[in-house]
Ligand binder design. Sequence first.
Ligand code: FAD
Length: 375
Amino acid sequence: MRRRDFLTGMGAASLAGCATTGSVAAPETSQAPYWTQFAPVRSSMNRVTRTLVGLRPYRPQGYRLGWEYMGDKTVVHSYGHGGCGVTMSWGTAVVAADYASEAGHEDVAILGCGVQGLTTALTLARRGHKVTMYAAELPPHTTSNIAGVLWMPTTYFDREVATPEWQAWDRALVRMAWLGFIPYVNRPGYGVYWADHHNLGPREPRAWTQGLPGGDDIYPELTRTIGPGNLFAYDYQQRFKAMIIDPDYYLDAILQDAQTAGARIVQREFSDLSEVLALPERTIVNCTGLGAGALFGDESMYPVRGQLTHLLPQEDINYSYVAPTENGVLYMFPRNTGIVLGGTTDYHEWDRTPNPAEITRMVEGHAELAGRLSV
Ligand SMILES: Cc1cc2nc3c(=O)[nH]c(=O)nc-3n(C[C@H](O)[C@H](O)[C@H](O)COP(=O)(O)OP(=O)(O)OC[C@H]3O[C@@H](n4cnc5c(N)ncnc54)[C@H](O)[C@@H]3O)c2cc1C
């Protein structure tokens, strides 16, 4: 099947099917599409600056957020956030901090210095706790540093495995997480900004009828349109303002905020649970991401490998997209430091070596999409 057929193949039938859906805007006919103003991504091998591979800490039943007694310690767990640990941080980390505060001890140990550990540490230190972060790797060497990041709750649980109760709770946390990021947008040094985001597809997504995660009202300027005026001529498009978070800026900034609030950092790797339980603090918050699997014996945890290729920055790009193509999903997020190209999700894959074939797929795939802007 030719690429264009793949993308538009659902066209006529889907259009007829969706014409009765009240929330769908009519196709643009009389004017030039809005995206003619968009600059194309200059995607070529000689503009590649780096390729990074990371392992998303995936748990089919959803992240673990709760607490238990282990001997005389209270251990709070916040790990297994899959492909949305940054997105969810101002929800899950605040709940983890609440559990830690409720344990009633001034001193708190946080295991891990990724986005979950840092956000929890910052929250607790600002409440007056004496916080020590223990971590094998610090920014810029955590998985959180590798992330995209589009603020969008996706790829972090299996709908068939997670319980309805967990999913209902998660929906409430999604809204809290979104609100937590708003004060950081455009704040100098934090690397958080709005982009004109597009979720594209050849067929009607669940979110057209069931709403986007957390509720449509947290996606400003949301429109749902059926082609042909959609970006890259996809049949189905959801367009809204979404937050792009550049972790190279953001993690450094909140690390500094946590330290300013009094949190200490100790670089240290724990080889087993007995070392954790020997810590002096009575309250311990476990934010070890994928490391929690081995450290706390959680056999449901496994990696979902992702590879991102960065291009030279382009100041003229402030839109983003996620687009399924006949060669797999492709996404593009603009940052001040570069254009991030992604779209790999390899379940149970531990190898962190960059795959050259994937670099080619991304660079050529995004170049092909960019070429459609001039059609
Ligand atoms: C390619 C890719 C793209 C992604 N895109 C997005 C996105 O667009 N949006 C989004 O929200 N998320 C995205 N993610 C997911 C996100 O990166 C993760 O969900 C998030 O980083 C998890 O944060 P964390 O703090 O739990 O774990 P981590 O960042 O992995 O931090 C874990 C910390 O625990 C420490 N640790 C682990 N084991 C031990 C041990 N035994 N002893 C001592 N310390 C230990 C580590 O050293 C580290 O400091 C992406 C991930 C990848 C790989």
